[in-house]
Unconditional design. Structure first.
Lengths: 241, 399
């Protein structure tokens, strides 16, 4: 369902051109769970933004469910984000002044769902992540783990085909992190495609497949369980000596 | 997003920053209130003037030297004299009355009391209109004028000061510019104005035949005439022109105006006056509107991340645009509504304190409502546009 063909992303700062992605091709099938790993500055966030339709590639093609995304207008991209993609961010990105329930309702507001239906669906999404009782709390009344679960509920509520999680455990303690990974795993088991960007091999190991990016190129791919082994050939050599 | 939801969202965002919203609101309230009160002052004044002019009757004709022509050509203007008035009276059968007046300052003395007051030098022509405003006595008669009798009619205020409110002034002797005059009439008091004492209450009427001696001239500013019938106004105006041409030559130009045309001109002038006053109010509305724009720009910057989140979950440009635009518009509309109330109250207060008639017209309310919503759109659209076009990735990263 995700087909990326030779995608390049070049940021033009005006003085220099920085290539964040230098020709990345990948396929992610429906219902897969994939982790994207790599050091910071490797281009994994850029890839994430393109997969999430927040950004367009400079060159190359990105097909989502058979539709070429590069040529969509800003508003069409917004529509795709709304219906097909659920985001989970490292910093939660919840609206601070409204309740958990209203945060979860937000995507449905933009897809024009009636208020009563919206409320019902948002509540059931919150229950899915085990936060039904916290529906009327504001983000500052929730722990980090709870906030991230609200974010997952928000990602889920539109019944998207893909959930994109960018360092979802980066701001959490180990225990909450594990809970979040557990929820993502459950979602995957329910048939949702889950793509996790992380630098943590342990999390990558919980996905079916990993893709390692470095300097804007895919340097390694493999089973999720192998993500923790020697990353990159150069480091491998270094260890060998 | 539905209209209702946009409105709800806008109001809840405004509630988050209560003090800020209230202060921004204040700018709009003051703006709208001043538009309303200024316009109602202008409108009240307009109605007052119009009603007074209309009360004069529609068969009035005024004759005056052509001052505009003098100003433009630089030449000396032919002045009107009492003799012209007399000639018009004789030579225009379509007129029922002709009155003439000239004003000047005189000193009125009685015993030790001494007042500098304005004097109206006039003839019996005014009696038809002034007879009714007399408190006691009579107005000038034809004989008073012809015989150059030393008689005067004094304002009610002056009579009170000179003779007390109880005493009759009729027959009393006063010295006007040092000469003995007999009081034959006292005018009713008109009451105070915004400027204090009504100067009419302190004025005197003197036969115009004393004018040359007391003021050095018997030129008059205008001659006012009354046609026998409304239908004869046109005819009377022609007759007046003929008399004047005979006396002053064909080149002499005088303005002969009917009350209808004067009313029309006055309406135009006072309407412009209202617009100018409204415009002055409009300036404060502009300042208030800029306040709204300023706050909306701050708000957009502060809420960059919120915009990023909304965009990430699928808000389109139009959704964001509407959200911020509705905030600006609701500020302006709420401010506008409160402003109308305050403007109304202000206008009423001015009417009470300054004794100036005010009139809050539906038109001025419509102007206020339209300008409030217009201000909302104009001053909201740029910040909203800015928010709508934020890049979602940049916006999400914004700290």
């Amino acid at each position: 369902m995700i087909v990326v063909e030779d995608v390049e992303k070049i940021y033009d700062t005006g003085i220099v051109q920085v290539a964040a992605l230098r020709g990345v091709s990948l396929n992610i099938g429906s219902g897969e769970s994939v982790s994207v790993i790599g050091p910071s500055g490797s281009g994994k966030s850029t890839l994430m933004n393109i997969l999430g339709c927040l950004d367009r590639p400079t060159r190359g093609n990105y097909f989502l469910d058979g539709r070429l995304v590069n040529e969509l207008s800003d508003d069409e991209l917004a529509g795709v984000r709304n219906k097909k993609i659920g985001f989970v961010f490292q910093t939660f990105n919840l609206l601070p002044r409204v309740t958990a329930l209203e945060n979860v309702e937000l995507p449905l507001v933009y897809s024009g769902v009636q208020p009563a239906v919206r409320r019902e669906r948002a509540l059931s999404a919150l229950e899915t992540v085990g936060l039904g009782e916290r529906a009327n709390h504001r983000p500052n009344e929730l722990s980090g783990g709870q906030a991230q679960r609200v974010a997952i509920a928000r990602a889920l509520v539109t019944e998207p085909s893909i959930i994109l999680a960018d360092e979802p455990t980066g701001n959490l303690d180990t225990k909450s992190g594990l809970e979040i990974i557990g929820i993502l795993k459950e979602l995957h088991e329910q048939g949702i495609t889950v793509v996790v960007v992380t630098h943590n091999p342990e999390i990558a190991a919980k996905t079916e497949r990993f893709i390692e990016i470095k300097d804007g190129l895919i340097v390694r791919e493999g089973k999720g369980a192998d993500a923790g082994k020697m990353t990159g050939s150069e480091e491998g050599k270094g260890e060998g000596i | 997003m539905s209209f209702y939801e946009c409105m709800k969202l806008a109001l809840s965002s405004l509630k988050m920053n209560k003090l800020r919203s209230a202060l921004t609101l204040l700018g709009i309230i003051i703006g709208i209130a001043s538009v309303i009160s200024m316009m109602s002052i202008g409108e009240g004044g307009r109605q007052l003037v119009t009603v007074e002019l209309a009360g004069l009757g529609s068969n009035l004709i005024f004759v005056q030297p052509d001052y505009a022509r003098e100003a433009m050509s630089g030449g000396r203007v032919k002045s009107l004299t009492y003799e012209d008035a007399q000639a018009i009276r004789k030579g225009c059968p379509a007129l029922s009355t002709v009155s003439v007046s000239r004003t000047g300052m005189v000193t009125v003395k009685h015993g030790k009391d001494r007042y500098n007051v304005s004097a109206t030098f006039t003839d019996e022509g005014l009696s038809s209109t002034h007879e009714a405003s007399l408190r006691e006595g009579r107005f000038l008669s034809e004989l008073d004028i012809k015989a150059q009798r030393q008689v005067t009619i004094i304002g009610g205020g002056l009579a009170n000061k000179l003779f007390g409110e109880e005493e009759s002034a009729i027959g009393a002797k006063v010295k006007v510019n040092g000469q003995n005059f007999v009081v034959i009439g006292v005018m009713k008091e008109q009451g105070g104005t915004i400027f204090g004492e009504n100067p009419q209450d302190m004025s005197v009427y003197i036969p115009i035949t004393h004018s040359k001696r007391m003021t050095g001239s018997n030129d008059v500013a205008f001659i006012s005439c009354e046609a026998r019938d409304v239908k004869q106004v046109r005819e009377a105006m022609d007759q007046i022109q003929a008399v004047l041409a005979q006396r002053h030559g064909k080149d002499a130009s005088f303005n002969v105006l009917s009350s209808a045309s004067i009313l029309e001109t006055t309406e135009t002038i006072t309407r412009i006056f209202t617009v100018i006053l409204g415009g002055i109010g409009g300036i404060s509305l502009l300042v208030g509107g800029i306040g709204v724009m300023n706050i909306m720009l701050v708000s957009v910057t502060e809420r960059t991340r919120e915009v990023g989140i909304r965009k990430a979950v699928g808000a389109k440009k139009g959704d964001i645009l509407r959200q911020f635009l509705f905030e600006a518009i609701s500020l302006c509309l709420v401010g506008g509504a409160i402003g109308i109330v305050f403007g109304w109250a202000g206008a009423t207060l001015i009417a009470k304190i300054a004794k100036w008639p005010t009139y809050v017209s539906l038109f001025s309310i419509a102007v206020a409502v339209i300008s409030a919503s217009f201000a909302g759109v104009v001053f909201g659209v740029y910040p909203a546009y800015k928010a709508a076009n934020l890049d979602p990735i940049e916006a999400l990263r914004y700290e």
